[in-house]
Unconditional design. Structure first.
Length: 323
């Protein structure tokens, strides 16, 4: 009996070691991946994330589950991801806000976008359009800037203090030397309505929603924030053509916590690359005015650092802080 028990025990130990070893060296991924979207459902970031996650799931053979964890300008969800295990099973859709602007406008940001993340893949970017009411006396960007240097200056709407639409207006003020007074609103739609009604003079807004109102005869576009122009509104001149140094874009970048293994990062990067080649994703980008990302994996950390510096200088000049 004792001999049989010893044989049984030895077999159990071998089986346990075999199971443990196979589990330890299981190929990534062997379970579902969570992609945190640090904003509410229905936002442009949420829509882009869900399209990409769908194709990533097919490529990786495991579900990539999107979870919305909004709050504090995207800082809540981003913080959860950077504090998670760096095993590739929790990643986030980062934005120009969460990975660049927030570092300057939040007093106690619970993470450092330069030190606490592993960049996985650049997704895409979009500029904004500077628009005025169709009834506005400003026919050109030069008209607007000239008016900003007389009397009480001009006013501009934004989607809130410290947002990219706010800081775009502040950069224009710095580069032109004009008097441009910031008026924050709760959303882009409300801000655009204020521009259309003449309540404020201008606003930087997403090219698709702005262009629709331009085509409807409610707005006039005077410039585009990206130096390369907009694929949705190629006829609108870049502001950088007149005021050199004005090159601001909104962007998306998938990342995980710091210290992720290189092989896991590369596998996730390949899955995102496959998603970017998907017809449905490409069609959505074309409709939404999003240009596919062209930053290589090896250059992503440098890109983030450069964006932190650029937006930080604008935020400092504007003395911009989060609401």
């Amino acid at each position: 009996m004792k001999h049989l028990f010893q044989k049984f025990l030895a077999a159990a130990v071998i089986a346990s070691a075999s199971f443990t070893g196979s589990a330890a060296f299981a190929e990534f991924p062997d379970r579902p991946i969570t992609m945190v979207v640090p904003f509410s459902p229905g936002t442009s970031t949420d829509t882009v994330s869900r399209l990409i996650a769908k194709v990533m799931s097919e490529n990786l053979g495991q579900p990539v589950v999107v979870e919305n964890r909004a709050g504090a300008g995207g800082s809540v969800g981003t913080s959860e991801v950077v504090k998670s295990d760096p095993d590739g099973y929790m990643i986030a859709m980062g934005t120009v806000g969460t990975l660049a602007i927030n570092k300057s406008i939040f007093k106690d940001l619970p993470y450092d976008p330069e030190a606490d993340v592993t960049p996985i893949s650049f997704v895409g970017y979009t500029p904004t359009l500077l628009v005025v009411s169709a009834d506005s006396k400003f026919q050109t960007l030069e008209d607007l800037v000239a008016a900003s240097k007389t009397g009480d200056g001009v006013t501009f709407a934004s989607t809130g203090n410290g947002t990219s639409t706010h800081l775009a207006g502040e950069l224009l003020k710095v580069l032109t030397g004009g008097q441009m007074i910031h008026v924050p609103y709760k959303s882009g739609a409300v801000g655009l309505a204020a521009v259309m009604s003449g309540e404020v003079d201008f606003m930087f807004n997403h090219p698709v929603s702005a262009k629709k109102n331009v085509e409807a005869g409610k707005l006039r576009a005077l410039g585009v924030s990206g130096a390369k122009g907009s694929v949705v509104a190629p006829e609108v001149p870049p502001i950088n053509d007149t005021y050199e140094g004005f090159d601001l874009i909104a962007w998306w970048l998938i990342h995980g916590p710091a210290n992720m293994p290189d092989d896991v990062t590369k596998k996730l990067n390949a899955a995102v690359t496959a998603a970017m080649n998907d017809d449905e994703v490409r069609q959505h980008f074309a409709r939404s005015g999003i240009t596919e990302g062209d930053v290589a994996l090896a250059d992503l950390k440098g890109f983030i650092s450069a964006e932190v510096k650029k937006w930080g200088s604008i935020a400092d000049a504007a003395k911009a802080k989060a609401d």
